[in-house]
Design a protein around this ligand. Structure first.
Ligand code: ATP
Length: 448
């Protein structure tokens, strides 16, 4: 197993290989804002698709939703965000830096050891104005979570989907939090993406559904290649629970800065629907035809960060190794997450090889995200693909012109097989698909 990787190495790889760039870099950057480059956007999309696939598409009890970022301000009053979505803030009386009181050790400023002010509660919601007038009446908030868009649409979704409880409503989208302290690359930013599921259940069955979702979500990370020993479950203590929660578990990951939350799974009880019913005046309950009773459902909420998941997948996949005296950096990403699935690499930029290599590229790219690269030496091109986690490289050499076969090189084992061009798509599809989610195969159980 490789040594734990420094965050600096991940940041540097991300910049070098077009995964993640500092935002507005040519203007000196903007604190805690990051842009996903050509490889990063693919990785991030793949993480979201892997979530949507198992949470929505592979189930008949969950449907999707995409709600607006700006919502009626009454939503945030009802949800408790205006009163409770706060962190304790302290300010240094000497250097005036501000800190989250619960995130620093001791009573003094971590920067200059100056004296700190008494903590005051700081609301984390971003405010803006809707329309051309900047006045209190047009004040709106950028959502700090996607969940509330789901709760206020509960009635719409239940009526139109004609589904019975238990019923889940899932959403992926941007959230905004004016965090006091950001950092650790994309771990904590002020703009980020959430993947949230609100799973509505009959009261009394909530405990077992919480256990069910905790296990489902934990297993999702493991199936996508994260080592079990780098994950842990942590139940919140009573004093730690959010104002809406009856119970909550965190899935923590061993990030370079230590164990930190990757995802939270909360039992929100009937808090949200009850609050929205009270504040909007609209009844938000469910008629259970089988039981012949009406009730306000309880909600189990697995809430994960897309960016934080991307970071965990990158860290867990990163390895520096030595192969025949040469160093290589490789991302052992699960194939379904890898930005590029296949790279087509003609042995050299030779006028005889190029037409066949282009043909192979054309044959592959409708089915797989494929890269074509004929610059520099083949060794350097392999290294580049290893660094972005491409599972397969297909090489076209002079023999290929004769026997119409190509070589597939596998990223982790470096094993090579020769395959007829006519069979190539089938072979790659089988490798990507058949082995992808089976715990007994190369991808999931490989000792790193
Ligand atoms: P933390 O304690 O780290 O601030 P939280 O408990 O406030 O997180 P939740 O409200 O439970 O977070 O949000 C669920 C998930 O959303 C988190 O587990 C994390 O993956 C992600 N998330 C929350 N805040 C941020 C942020 N500022 N930047 C990136 N991801 C975030």
């Amino acid at each position: 197993m490789p040594a734990k990787v420094d965050m600096d190495k991940i940041v540097s790889l991300c910049k070098r290989r077009g995964l993640i760039f500092p935002s507005s870099e040519i203007y000196g950057g903007l604190a805690s804002c990051w842009d996903y480059g050509p490889m990063g956007v693919e990785l991030k999309r793949n993480v979201k698709e892997a979530w949507w696939k198992v949470v929505v598409h592979e189930r008949d009890d969950v449907v999707g939703l995409d709600t607006s970022i700006m919502m009626h301000p009454g939503v945030w009053a009802a949800s408790g965000h205006i009163d409770n979505f706060t962190d304790p803030l302290v300010e240094c009386k000497s250097c005036h830096l501000r800190w989250r009181a619960d995130a620093i050790e001791g009573q003094r400023c971590p920067q200059c050891s100056g004296e700190l002010t008494e903590p005051r509660m700081f609301n984390l919601m971003f405010k803006t104005f809707m329309g051309p007038v900047e006045e209190e009446a047009s004040l709106v908030y950028l959502r700090p979570e996607t969940a509330q868009g789901i709760f206020v649409n509960f009635e719409n979704v239940v009526t139109t989907s004609r589904k019975k409880l238990p019923l889940g409503i899932a959403q992926i989208g941007k959230s905004f939090r004016n965090e006091i302290t950001t950092g650790n690359f994309i771990f904590r930013t002020r703009e980020f993406e959430h993947m949230e599921l609100e799973y509505f259940v009959k009261p009394g069955t909530d405990k077992e559904w919480l256990d069910y979702w905790v296990k489902e979500r934990f297993d999702w990370y493991v199936k996508l290649g994260i080592r079990k020993e780098n994950l842990r479950l942590r139940q919140h203590g009573k004093d730690e629970l959010a104002h809406y929660a009856k119970d909550c578990y965190d899935i923590d990951y061993l990030f370079p800065m230590g164990w930190s939350e990757l995802e939270g799974i909360a039992n929100r009880g009937d808090f949200d629907l009850t609050q929205h019913a009270k504040c909007s005046g609209k009844e938000l309950s469910y008629y259970d035809a089988e039981a012949g009773e009406k009730y306000v459902p309880y909600v189990i909420e697995p809430s994960a960060g897309v960016d934080r998941s991307v970071l965990a997948f990158l860290i867990d996949a990163y390895e520096e190794e030595e192969i025949e005296g040469e160093k290589r950096t490789v991302l052992h990403l699960h194939p379904s997450l890898a930005p590029i699935k296949v790279a087509v690499l003609p042995l050299s930029r030779n006028e005889k090889l190029t037409p066949l290599a282009k043909e192979v590229f054309k044959q592959l790219c409708p089915s797989f995200v494929t890269d074509y690269d004929d610059s520099q030496s083949i060794g350097r091109r392999y290294r580049r693909q290893d660094e972005i986690g491409t599972p397969f490289c297909v090489t076209i050499d002079f023999e290929s012109l004769e026997d119409k076969q190509v070589t597939i090189r596998e990223r982790d084992s470096l094993a090579q097989i020769r395959v007829p061009i006519g069979e190539l798509n089938k072979v790659i599809e089988a490798k990507l698909k058949g082995e992808a989610f089976d715990a007994s195969t190369l991808w999931a159980t490989r000792e790193k």
